[in-house]
Design a protein around this ligand. Structure first.
Ligand code: ATP
Ligand code: MG
Length: 176
């Protein structure tokens, strides 16, 4: 992983621009975040968003709107990718991040795939100390959400780790 500050607003626009050239689905970016810089690997984050937007499009066979929302939370940036597609049965939601796992019903089988996208996505998110989760209602749609530590938060974590390190060599040090 090649970590650097990555501006998510811009990265999402780039990825969506590429998709718009290849799909008739409407992709709508709802950007409510002021600061969306995270500490991440640019290419892996592109791969992550490509996987999730690709799923949102391909599991919405009748079209429908794909909405991408970006939000600032405490020390985190959340991205929600919402579709109006076939959905995922509740009983299968938690197992979807397992390699090669696919929903076993006719609607999903008709669409196809290898079942690797979400497993890879989870790996990428975890390498960024982030989180990924799915909310879905069958036949209504799915929202896949990810949270990534904001750049500022990562800087704080790194500097406080460094301070802990310094303090362990100085028993008289005062903890502020
Ligand atoms: P691959 O991504 O490797 O081409 P895939 O899309 O089938 O194949 P994943 O991206 O890992 O695999 O997704 C796993 C399964 O989760 C899918 O096969 C599908 O059943 C379900 N799924 C994922 N995203 C959605 C979505 N947005 N709407 C409905 N079902 C989904
Ligand atoms: Mg996929």
């Amino acid at each position: 992983y090649n970590m650097e500050p990555v501006e998510l607003n811009r990265l999402i626009m780039e990825v969506v621009q590429l998709f718009k050239q290849h799909t008739h689905h409407t992709i709508h970016i709802e950007d409510t975040a002021l600061s969306t810089t995270v500490w991440g690997d640019h290419d892996r984050l592109i791969q992550l968003l490509t996987n999730l937007i690709n799923n949102a499009i391909k599991f919405s066979p009748d079209g429908g709107i794909v909405t991408i929302q970006i939000q600032n939370k405490a020390n985190k940036v959340h991205i929600h990718i919402k579709d109006e597609g076939i959905g995922i049965p509740k009983s299968e939601l938690n197992s979807m991040f397992t390699k090669f796992k696919r929903v076993d019903n006719s609607a999903s089988k008709k669409i196809g795939g290898t079942g690797l996208g979400l497993a890879i996505s989870k790996g990428i998110v975890q390498a960024h100390q982030g989180d990924i989760w799915i909310d879905s209602i069958e036949n209504e749609g799915t929202t896949v959400s990810i949270s990534l530590p904001s750049h500022d938060q990562q800087m704080l974590l790194h500097s406080s780790l460094q301070e802990d390190n310094d303090r362990s060599h100085d028993t008289k040090g005062t903890i502020l």
